[in-house]
Design a protein around this ligand. Structure first.
Ligand SMILES: *Cc1c(COP(=O)(O)O)cnc(C)c1O
Length: 373
C-alpha cells in the first residue's frame, strides 16, 4: 500500500528551519528585524510597492476595507465561491456583502454579473483568484475605474501568479495575500497587504497595532482604534527562507499540473462528465488542482473512496451564501446557481511541489477508477 498522499504539504527546507531556530535563540522572537527584512523583500518582489505584513490574510482584507473608509451603509461585491473569510471581512467592517455568481469555466467571479450588481451604494469589489487563477485584470480595473470602486484583490492563493507578464500584487489597488499553512508560501499563519502609498502603509501599521504612532525615542501617541495583527520574527524567518524559492516552487507546481492533464488523458471530461480546470500555464501559480465532479456523483463518497486508496482530497469551497450566517441575512438557494452547482461538486486533488510524477499518475488512476464505479 502506498503512503497517504495529502492534498497539500508545505515546502520548508533545512536552511529555513535553521533560520527559525536562530530567531528563537536570538532573544527577540516577535516582530523585529526579520519582519522588516521580509517587508523589504516583499516590496522588491511587488515592484517597489509598499507592503506590510500581518498575522493572517483575513485581517489584511479587513484593514484594506477600513483604509478605504468602507463601513455601514456601503456595499461590497464578491464571489460566493471562496473561503468564508472573503465575505466575513465585509461584515466585520459593518458593510453589506453583495454576491455575484461565478464563471463556470474559471470558477472565479463573473465580471459581467459583478458589474450588473453595482448600485449607488457599491464602494468596493473583492475578486478572488481561486487556486491562483486571476480574473481578467484589465476588465476588473476598467469596471472599478468607471464606477469609482476600490479593489481589494483576495490574492490569498495567488502569490506567484501573473497577468500578462506582470506579477499579481505588483499593480492595481490593494492586494491581499495569505501565508497560512496551505498556501504556496507559508509562515504557518500570516499575510501581507500591498498598498498604494506610504500614507496608506502608515494607516495599515496603526490598524495593525492598537492605533499606535511613534516619533523619536520615547514619543508615542494613539489617535485611532487599532487591533493586534502584527507578524512575528519567527514567521518572517519562515517567509524569508521560502521567498527566494518561490519561482522554482511555482514552476514545479505548473509542471505537475501539466502532468495531471497528460495523465488524465484528452478524453477524461467526455468519459467521466467531470470538468477540469483551465489549462493556464502562464498566469496561474497552480495553488490547487481542482476538478468539478459529474452531476450524480456524491462528493463525500468520492472523497471517502479516495481516502480508502490513501489519497487526500479537499473541498474549496462550499458556497458562502448558503451558510447559516448568510442565510440569516436573506441569502437563499437558487440565487447563484453556478456557484451552487460548482460549490457542491468541486474537489481538490493533491498538488504540492514535493509530489512526484508517479504520485500524479497514481491520483489520476485512482480518480478514474472511482469515477468508473
Ligand atoms: C487562505 C485564504 C484566506 C484567508 O487567509 P488566512 O491567512 O487564513 O486568514 C482568504 N481568502 C482565500 C481565498 C484564502 O484561500
Amino acid at each position: 500500500m502506498n503512503d497517504f498522499l495529502p492534498f497539500t504539504k508545505p515546502s520548508i527546507d533545512e536552511a529555513t528551519i535553521a533560520s527559525v531556530a536562530e530567531v528563537l535563540r536570538s532573544g527577540w522572537i516577535t516582530g523585529g528585524p526579520k519582519v522588516q527584512e521580509f517587508e523589504r523583500k516583499l516590496s522588491e518582489y511587488f515592484g517597489g510597492r509598499p507592503v506590510r505584513t500581518f498575522n493572517s490574510g483575513t485581517c489584511t482584507m479587513e484593514i484594506a476595507l477600513r483604509i478605504a473608509g468602507i463601513g455601514p451603509g456601503d456595499e461590497v461585491i464578491t464571489t460566493p465561491v471562496s473561503w468564508v473569510a472573503t465575505a466575513n471581512v465585509i461584515l466585520e467592517v459593518g458593510a453589506t456583502p453583495v454576491f455575484a455568481d461565478i464563471d463556470p469555466v474559471t470558477r472565479n467571479l463573473d465580471l459581467d454579473k459583478a458589474e450588473a450588481a453595482i448600485t449607488p451604494k457599491t464602494r468596493a469589489i473583492i475578486p478572488v483568484f481561486l487556486s491562483g487563477l486571476p480574473v481578467d485584470m484589465d476588465r476588473l480595473h476598467d469596471i472599478a475605474r468607471r464606477h469609482h470602486l476600490r479593489v481589494v484583490e483576495d490574492a490569498a492563493q495567488a502569490l506567484g501568479s501573473a497577468w500578462e507578464g506582470r506579477r499579481i500584487g505588483s499593480f492595481g489597488d490593494f492586494a491581499s495575500f495569505s501565508f497560512q499553512a496551505n498556501k504556496n508560501l507559508t509562515t504557518a499563519e500570516g499575510g501581507c497587504l500591498v498598498l498604494n502609498d506610504e500614507s496608506e502603509a502608515r494607516l495599515a501599521e496603526k490598524y495593525r497595532l492598537q492605533g499606535v504612532t511613534r516619533s523619536g525615542f520615547d514619543g508615542m501617541e494613539v489617535d485611532m482604534l487599532g487591533g493586534k495583527f502584527n507578524m512575528t520574527d519567527i514567521s518572517a524567518a519562515l517567509g524569508l527562507g521560502q521567498l527566494p524559492q518561490l519561482e522554482t516552487l511555482t514552476a514545479r507546481r505548473r509542471k505537475l499540473a501539466q502532468h495531471y492533464f497528460t495523465a488524465l488523458g484528452a478524453d477524461f471530461e467526455k468519459q467521466t462528465g467531470a470538468q477540469l480546470p483551465v489549462r493556464d500555464f502562464q498566469n496561474s501559480n497552480w495553488h490547487m488542482f481542482q476538478i468539478v465532479l459529474p452531476e450524480g456523483v456524491v462528493r463525500a463518497a468520492f472523497m471517502e473512496k479516495m481516502k480508502a486508496r490513501n489519497i487526500g482530497c479537499g473541498v474549496h469551497y462550499p458556497p458562502i451564501h448558503l451558510f447559516e450566517l448568510y442565510r440569516a441575512r436573506g441569502f437563499r438557494e437558487g440565487m447563484f446557481p453556478v456557484a451552487e452547482s460548482v460549490g457542491r461538486r468541486i474537489v481538490t486533488l493533491p498538488l504540492f511541489p514535493a509530489m512526484t510524477g508517479a504520485d500524479v499518475e497514481r491520483v489520476c488512476a485512482e480518480a478514474q477508477g472511482v469515477l468508473r464505479e
